[in-house]
Design a protein around this ligand. Structure first.
Ligand SMILES: [Zn+2]
Length: 291
């Protein structure tokens, strides 16, 4: 069984042998957790092959201005269907790698009758890489002449759509089959992270605050408890405990964060002062005056 990569394969894989694309897998299962988030693979393809006889390439990952996406056909007619000499022979069918500027959603590929014939692997998915050995013994092998372009390149989603259409390959959303579900390719929308995290941070604060207040109010010793609204914790109104909390690393850090955040959205103004009623009563929180 030829396991080593050929010169052409090595050349072909050069652009893909990157730490954010490589993924150690065995029998198509990732060998690392959290691979879909922050994983970086520093070992080489050769090393991964040596260890597991298999590795994978994460799709939907970026290469310069493009995204790496793979067409995965696994029916009997895959080779005829792709009308291309450059492809990767898999156990049952073929893989065809491509680069595209507009990131598509992963989806199912179906034939004229609406039967599933494969998948389009994009964001959050992976394909077993060239040189890997399938559990049934097949080697994922690069086919095609040396001088053939390594990868299909598309600017727009519509170009990929046309490429598929010319080959009588239709697309249905993930998990759906049948002609009634045939849809054009959809763009993978990245969530507006900044806005979302701002909202969720604020919401998180309020959720935590409400929970905490409920707990404190349900406590029979609530009169003797103090809440730090910066850290969202409570403790007995005892000078030593208050002092040590205020001096604590966690509180100091949170206090700095709070001061730095003018947009920190609470209806409260947080101040430290010793209440006039009792020397032990430190007010961490005052309601904003209504104007
Ligand atoms: Zn605190």
């Amino acid at each position: 069984m030829q396991q080593k990569l050929t010169k052409t394969e090595t050349k072909y894989l050069r652009t893909l042998a990157k730490k954010h694309i490589l993924l150690p897998t065995k029998n198509k299962k990732p060998l690392v957790s959290g691979w879909n988030k922050y994983y970086a693979e520093y070992r080489s393809i050769e090393k991964l092959l040596e260890l597991n006889q298999e590795y994978s390439l994460r799709t939907g990952t970026s290469i310069g201005d493009y995204f790496f996406v793979a067409i995965d056909l696994d029916d009997l007619w895959a080779k005829e269907r792709i009308k291309d000499r450059r492809y990767i022979e898999t156990n049952k069918g073929i893989h065809r790698y491509l680069l595209i500027k507009e990131l598509p959603k992963s989806c199912w590929l179906v034939n004229q009758k609406g039967d599933s014939i494969g998948e389009l692997h994009s964001k959050g998915r992976f394909v077993v890489g060239i040189g890997s050995i399938h559990e049934k013994g097949t080697r994922y092998t690069l086919k095609g002449r040396i001088n053939q372009k390594w990868c299909l390149k598309f600017e727009k989603l519509i170009e990929l759509q046309d490429f598929l259409k010319e080959r009588n390959i239709k697309t249905t959303p993930w998990g759906k089959k049948g002609l009634e579900n045939v849809r054009d390719l959809e763009i993978y929308e990245t969530k507006p992270k900044k806005v979302e995290s701002k909202i969720s941070e604020k919401q998180k604060y309020y959720q935590k605050k409400e929970k905490l207040e409920k707990r404190v109010n349900g406590n029979p010793r609530r009169e003797n408890l103090n809440i730090c609204y910066i850290c969202l914790v409570y403790f007995p109104k005892e000078p030593e405990i208050i002092k040590s909390h205020l001096a604590g690393k966690k509180h100091q850090k949170n206090w700095k964060i709070y001061q730095g955040k003018k947009e920190f959205n609470t209806p409260y103004k947080i101040v430290y002062s010793v209440s006039s009623k009792s020397k032990n009563d430190i007010c961490f929180l005052l309601k904003k005056d209504k104007k």
